[in-house]
Design a protein around this ligand. Structure first.
Ligand SMILES: Cc1cc2nc3c(=O)[nH]c(=O)nc-3n(C[C@H](O)[C@H](O)[C@H](O)COP(=O)(O)O)c2cc1C
Length: 368
């Protein structure tokens, strides 16, 4: 399928369908010599696995990753790394009822219009399962970024009308509650909110936020491959993401220039900012301060409430969707957003090595 490759140096090619034998990714351009074992990738895959709480799809998948190539004696070899995850608990019969129906809010009608063919079993490539490949590739990107001192923290900022209180922020609890909230006070109200929606067969959306620290200034390209542009591309390419904000985001449209401009000051030889409305980048290039990105996630389209839909013949019908679905996608998408950000940042960092004569001399000139 065209459009399944992302990146220029650290490239990822994802493949596989929700109800096919498996899904996977080929990563080309990963530097040799990185220590890598399956567990490094598995830890991140476990964070998006289904069936972990009553607030995600009960589809029971172990999502065990297998490294097929590109690693020898627990070190990357510099050749393509191929990763495979088998699908085990797919029940295609759940979808036979909707094989001639277009689910509102899902990609069914658009895929049919594009290909004149429809893989109705679980959404095929438009399924959330495709994101396994992104998470696996991002786990490797993050390992490299971490060795370079770049750290990412990603969490649920809001679900429905419930938004975290920054004063309660605790990074250590993000993966200790089913919603990936850094604010423990929101867990109970969210359970109540979602239980009520599940009871009526409905779903919710929300906002994911990522903060990146340690990224040096100068990362990102000046025109088509701006840091903010590529981040938006990477994040918007995830199913159900409907918006991306950097820094103050749409809030900046309500500020005057004086309010919005970040004020730089010198703190013992370092340039630091008092505000960070730009979210760590200007001109599409990082400025060395914290990168702040938000992703808006829509409510899960496949709901059990009866709704109007059309079928392939164009008839209007009353549709009740069966099968197993996430009542809210946000918690499982937290690691997907984080890892797509990691893939994007690493690719741009690698591109940066070719932007200054000084870098080239340090790498290649014998007497440097
Ligand atoms: C991690 C993840 C899990 C998802 N789970 C479901 C699901 O259970 N049911 C569903 O209808 N959509 C689910 N989606 C969303 C669909 O993939 C997405 O809405 C669909 O492809 C249409 O694309 P769009 O919403 O970007 O327009 C999930 C997405 C992600 C990223």
């Amino acid at each position: 399928m065209a459009g399944s490759i992302f990146g220029k140096i650290f490239t990822i090619t994802t493949w596989g369908e929700s109800h096919g034998p498996g899904v996977g990714v080929v990563i080309d351009g990963c530097p040799a010599g990185l220590e890598l074992v399956e567990r490094d990738i598995q830890l991140d895959l476990n964070k998006r696995r289904p069936g972990q709480s009553p607030f995600c799809t009960p589809r029971d998948e172990a999502d065990k990753v297998k490294i097929l190539s590109g690693v020898f004696e627990d070190k990357t070899t510099g050749t393509p790394i191929s990763l495979l995850v088998y699908n085990k608990d797919h029940r295609s019969r759940d979808y036979t009822e909707i094989m001639d129906t277009y689910r509102p809010g899902h990609a069914d009608m658009a895929y049919d219009a594009k290909y004149g063919f429809r893989d109705y079993r679980g959404g095929g490539r438009s399924s959330g399962r495709e994101t396994i490949a992104r998470v696996a590739a991002g786990a490797i990107a993050k390992k490299i970024l971490n060795e370079l001192g770049v750290q990412l923290v990603t969490y649920t900022k809001s679900i429905g009308h419930l938004t975290i209180n920054e004063a309660n922020f605790e990074a250590s609890i993000i993966y200790e509650n089913p919603f990936r909230f850094p604010d423990s006070e929101l867990v109970e109200p969210c359970e109540e909110y979602l239980n009520a929606l599940i009871k009526e067969g409905n779903s919710a959306g929300g906002v994911i936020e990522c903060r990146v620290n340690g990224l040096p200034a100068g990362i990102g390209q000046p025109v088509f491959d701006k840091l903010d542009g590529l981040l938006a591309h990477a994040i918007m390419s995830i199913g159900a993401i409907k918006g991306v904000e950097i820094g103050a985001g749409f809030g900046a449209t309500k500020m005057t220039g004086y309010e919005n401009n970040d004020f730089y000051k010198d703190d013992h030889g370092h340039i630091v900012k008092e505000s960070n409305n730009a979210g760590g980048m200007t001109g599409g290039i990082s400025d060395g301060s914290e990168i702040i990105i938000r992703a808006g996630v829509k409510a899960t389209p496949s709901i059990h409430l009866e709704q109007k839909a059309i079928n392939r013949q164009g008839d209007l019908i009353d549709l009740v969707i069966g099968g197993r679905h996430d009542p809210v996608i946000v918690p499982r998408a937290v690691i997907v957003v984080e890892n797509m950000i990691a893939v994007t940042l690493l690719d741009l960092l690698l591109q940066q090595t070719a932007t200054q004569m000084d870098y080239l001399k340090k790498l290649f000139k014998n007497d440097a």
